[in-house]
Each structure stands twice: as structure tokens, then as C-alpha cells.
Design a binder for this molecule. Structure first.
Ligand SMILES: Nc1nc2c(ncn2[C@@H]2O[C@H](COP(=O)(O)OP(=O)(O)OP(=O)(O)O)[C@@H](O)[C@H]2O)c(=O)[nH]1
Ligand SMILES: [Mg+2]
Length: 332
């Protein structure tokens, strides 16, 4: 697939910060942000759409404005094959607007993949909202990849929060750019990611960093420990991206895959891509397809109500008639 056929949109504050970073490495992808903040992204490559929400961040208001703005998003993305929608869930804008934008893009015939960043453990008041947002994304997107903010904090617990976001955004944007880069000879194809993410909606990302003589085994072990914290279930298949030193051996890659398989009891396909960064270290990203995640437990109503939740219409009863949104009948 040609890179110009890829559109990336960051929704909400976290989404906007990450798409700004991604825009530097995926130079030909169309980059957009949808948020209520007016700060300007660096580099001039992100087209910023500002949601006119003001102080009223009630779900109804956010949804309504998102629905109206999604018309502009759809027209900017018209002709694209694929859209990647990135957001941090748990706040107002990302959780409410992302499923609406994703749905609108799908209606344009675009394949839509979601990157959902889940809140820290200490942000308990945000967990339910984040889980509901994630559930909506799983319904409307062709595929979803889930990243846990918490898995990063364990690596640097003393880091100030804003600095932690900055560092976390660095690795998230590197991960997204690595997977979506079209020209890496030994890397995974974009199509591999899309088909993998569309097979199962619970795709958890784990990252392992290591340096030194036993770095392959150490990075793989860190990945497995990160996965274990996010899911109790076995891994059914995975994509593994090995980013690092250009002299990494076949033996190292094989160690990573066998440690991964052995400890996650994964019997399915484990596809690997190799991406050189010229440094004497190793960062391994694994996207693991699992049956359940810890985030399912953040929405206990789901198992009781079975999809009949009150606030579950992603459109808030707004429907499109021609090109206009004519019915705004339910605003909570
Ligand atoms: N990785 C990362 N996570 C962030 C960042 N900012 C916020 N988050 C996380 O994303 C979740 C949603 O936060 P925001 O993106 O600020 O929320 P929003 O969608 O803009 O919504 P409101 O600001 O509440 O309207 C939070 O609970 C945080 O866990 C960031 O820069 N990087
Ligand atoms: Mg915000």
C-alpha cells in the first residue's frame, strides 16, 4: 500500500500529542488532530481541527460536536485506504469522540484501525469510561491495538508525570511509525498488521528494552512479564517487532521468539519483523492477540447488561441524512 493512502488522526489531548510525534516519522501519511485544545503542534504537518466545546464537556455536547467535526475529517480522508485513529481513553474527548470519528470514516469505505491508550492504575475514576470507550472502538473499528499507560510507569516510577507522558509518547509514536513504515526490508508489511488486528479485537502491546550480552533473552522476558500484567489468558498469536542493533543475530531473534512462545504458551503464528536503529540495544514490541484483558474488568456492567447499556449509542441518536446531521434528539 502506498504511504499517501494512510491517514492518521489523534483524538483528544493524548492523541494530539502522539500524532504530532508520528507526523515526524511517517512523512507521507496525512496527519490530523481532533481536540478541544488550541495549542499548535510542531512541524506543521498535522492539520488541527479544534472542537468547539468550551467548558461544557458533557458526553452529549462532546458527541454532538465530534459528529459535526467528523464531516470535515471524513472529507480530508476521502480517497484514503486506511485510517489509524489514536487516542487516550478515560477523558471526555478521546472516549466520546473517537468511536464517532471511526464510525464516520468507516462509512466512507475506509478501513479503520484504532490505537487505544488506557489510563494509569491510579486514575481509577477514569477506568469505567475508558473501558466503555474501548468497547465502542472494538465495535466500530476494523481492528484495535491496546496500550497500557501503566506498563510504562513500571519502567520509570520516579519520572515526573509530564515527563513520563513525553517519554511514553516517544515509544508509542516509535511503535506506531515502525509498524506503519512502508519501506523496511526486513520489517512486517502494513498488511500484516491490519490483518492481524482485524482477526481479534483484543490485541495487547507489550514492550521490552534491554542492552548488553543477554539482551535478546532479557527483552523477551520483560515482554512476557508486561503481558502477564495485562492479561491472564494465553496468547493465541502475535506480531513481534525487534528494533535494534544492526548486528543482531538470527540466534537472538530465534531466542526472542522461543522465549515468547514458551512462556506465553502461544501455539499460533508469531510473525517477526526486524528494524535496525544502529544502536547497541534492543527494543522488542509484541502485539499479542488474547482472549481477555484486565480492561474487561473495568466495565463490570458489561457482563450484566450484555450490550444494553444506556449510553451505548455511539452517535447519541444522531443520524446522517444526505450530508447533514439532522437529528439531535438524545443529548445526555
Ligand atoms: N501516553 C499518554 N497518555 C496520556 C497523555 N495525556 C493523557 N494521557 C492518558 O490518556 C487518558 C485520557 O487523557 P486525555 O487525552 O488528556 O483526555 P482527553 O481525551 O483530552 O479528554 P479531556 O481532556 O478530559 O476532555 C488519561 O487518563 C491519561 O491516562 C499523554 O500525553 N500520553
Ligand atoms: Mg483533553
Amino acid at each position: 500500500m502506498d504511504q499517501t493512502n494512510l491517514g492518521i488522526i489523534g483524538v483528544g489531548t493524548a492523541g494530539k500529542r502522539i500524532v504530532e510525534k508520528v507526523s515526524f516519522s511517517l512523512s507521507d501519511a496525512l496527519c490530523l488532530s481532533l481536540d478541544d485544545s488550541e495549542w499548535r503542534t510542531l512541524g506543521g504537518r498535522v492539520k488541527e481541527i479544534v472542537l468547539p466545546i468550551g467548558l461544557d464537556k458533557s458526553p452529549g455536547k462532546v458527541k454532538r460536536e465530534a459528529w459535526i467535526c467528523s464531516k470535515e475529517v471524513a472529507s480530508l480522508f476521502r480517497g484514503m485506504n486506511t485510517a489509524v485513529v489514536i487516542s487516550g481513553l478515560g477523558g471526555a474527548v478521546g472516549s466520546e469522540a473517537t468511536p464517532i470519528v471511526a464510525q464516520r470514516l468507516r462509512e466512507e469505505g475506509i478501513k479503520v484501525f484504532g490505537v487505544a491508550i488506557m489510563p494509569f492504575k491510579f486514575e481509577k475514576s477514569r477506568h469505567f469510561k475508558a473501558a466503555v470507550g474501548l468497547k465502542k472502538m472494538k465495535i466500530v473499528c476494523d481492528g484495535v491495538i491496546i496500550l497500557d499507560n501503566e506498563s510504562f510507569i513500571e519502567k520509570a516510577p520516579q519520572t515526573p508525570l509530564l515527563k513520563a507522558y513525553e517519554m511514553e509518547n516517544d515509544w508509542i509514536s516509535k511503535f506506531v511509525s515502525t509498524l506503519l513504515k512502508p519501506d523496511s526490508r526486513f520489517g512486517l508489511e502494513r498488511g500484516d498488521l491490519y490483518s492481524f488486528a482485524s482477526l481479534n479485537k483484543n490485541n495487547i502491546v507489550a514492550v521490552g528494552y534491554a542492552e548488553g550480552s543477554a539482551m535478546a533473552e532479557e527483552a523477551a522476558t520483560k515482554i512476557v512479564s508486561s503481558l502477564r500484567k495485562q492479561t491472564g489468558a494465553n496468547v493465541s498469536s502475535a506480531l513481534v517487532c525487534v528494533v535494534g542493533w544492526n548486528e543482531i543475530s538470527v540466534g537472538d531473534v530465534s531466542t526472542i521468539v522461543s522465549v515468547f512462545r514458551g512462556t506465553t504458551l502461544c501455539e499460533g503464528d508469531v510473525r517477526t519483523g526486524y528494524y535496525s536503529n544502529g544502536q547497541r540495544n534492543l527494543t522488542v514490541y509484541a502485539v499479542a492477540s488474547v482472549e481477555k484483558t484486565k480492561f474487561d474488568e473495568w466495565d463490570p456492567l458489561s457482563s450484566i447488561l450484555g450490550g444494553k447499556e444506556l449510553d451505548f449509542d455511539i452517535f447519541c441518536d444522531m443520524k446522517l441524512d444526505g450530508l447533514d446531521c439532522v437529528k439531535l434528539c438524545k443529548v445526555d
